[in-house]
Design a protein around this ligand. Structure first.
Ligand code: HBI
Ligand code: FE
Length: 308
């Protein structure tokens, strides 16, 4: 989700990524948070991440994110206790956080979301992984996602994604739906009266990308369009090369009510005639807010070639 830093000692993998050792005994993959077992070093990692992100987000995170964070019992000095978060979150939007070891299988993930349970990684990254981690840990999941779950529109949208995901699995169209989640819940930007703002958790929890996505000339910024997003590949290994911008967070409400099934067929028809889009490509129909220079991605490709 952010630029890779130099390789350090490999950290243990969690959840699905850990193979059989990562699979918990429960069918829904939930585990106890065991808050009392976090070490002082782990709380210190939280504090470092929390403080640098909190300094960056004023003027970058959207109003809903800021309001959600303000109302939650999330403190700088310790990893949040899920039970305490739920005491505030549950009465607000009906959502509840449950602890999981890390990535869980798609069907398990969707089933939780469809029932307004948000699976959060129980573990926290190590001190040498502050800027880059592909697995969802407690910082990404709680700091990035939970403030937006306090917002009624996002609360409904993520539940709808869970329900849609279960259907899409049966229809074989999951990759299309996953792109919608990626370009909204994880990497979405929204237009506010006072400027462009972040609402995506993948950005809000990333020191480097929270600056890059708004301030860098490299990436495209394009008005959100559902069919367009469904046709667009995404990258999981580095900064995004394109961000999609909602006019208003309330647009997600409409999106939550969309019947995706006819859309999947439409997108399939569309992609039969024209290829799917790479992240760096613009389409003639795009409403472009900023045409990216692509300089960052070009530099990364150059560096990789040099390293070979
Ligand atoms: N598991 N814990 C966790 N968090 C995720 O964001 C997640 C997952 N499993 C599957 C998944 N995401 C995605 O591949 C789906 O949204 C498609
Ligand atoms: Fe996430």
């Amino acid at each position: 989700m952010t630029a890779p830093t130099s390789a350090a000692a490999p950290a243990a993998l969690h959840g699905l990524a850990a193979g059989d050792t990562g699979r918990p005994h429960s069918a829904d993959w939930t585990i106890p948070q065991r808050w009392g077992d976090y070490t002082p070093q782990e709380h210190a990692v939280w504090q470092t991440l929390f403080e640098r992100q909190t300094a960056l987000l004023p003027g970058r995170a959207c109003d809903a994110f800021v309001a959600g964070m303000r109302d939650l019992p999330i403190r700088p000095d310790r990893i949040p206790h899920f039970g305490e978060l739920n005491e505030v979150l549950k009465p607000r939007t009906g959502w509840e956080i449950v602890a999981v070891p890390g990535l869980v299988p798609d069907d398990v993930f969707f089933d939780h979301l469809a029932n307004r349970r948000f699976p959060s990684g129980q573990f926290i990254r190590q001190a040498h992984q502050l800027d880059y981690l592909q697995e969802p840990d407690v910082f990404h999941d709680v700091f990035g996602h939970v403030p937006m779950l306090m917002n009624p529109v996002m609360a409904d949208f993520i539940q709808a994604y869970g329900e849609g995901g279960l259907r899409a699995q049966k229809l074989g169209t999951l990759p299309l739906l996953a792109r919608v989640y990626w370009y909204t819940v994880e990497f979405g930007l929204v237009q506010q009266a006072d400027g462009l703002r972040i609402y995506g958790a993948g950005i809000a929890s990333s020191r480097t990308e929270s600056v890059f996505c708004l301030d860098d000339a490299s990436p495209h910024r394009v008005a959100f369009d559902l069919e367009r997003v469904m046709r667009t590949h995404y990258r999981i290994d580095d900064f995004q090369e394109i961000y999609f911008v909602l006019n208003h967070l309330d647009d997600l409400l409409e999106l939550a009510r969309v019947d995706f099934e006819p859309l999947y067929r439409q997108v399939a028809d569309l992609t039969a005639r024209q290829p799917e889009l790479q992240p760096a490509e613009l389409a003639p129909t795009d409403r472009v807010l900023h045409t990216g220079t692509g300089a960052y991605a070009a530099r990364q490709r150059y560096v990789q070639v040099q390293a070979q």
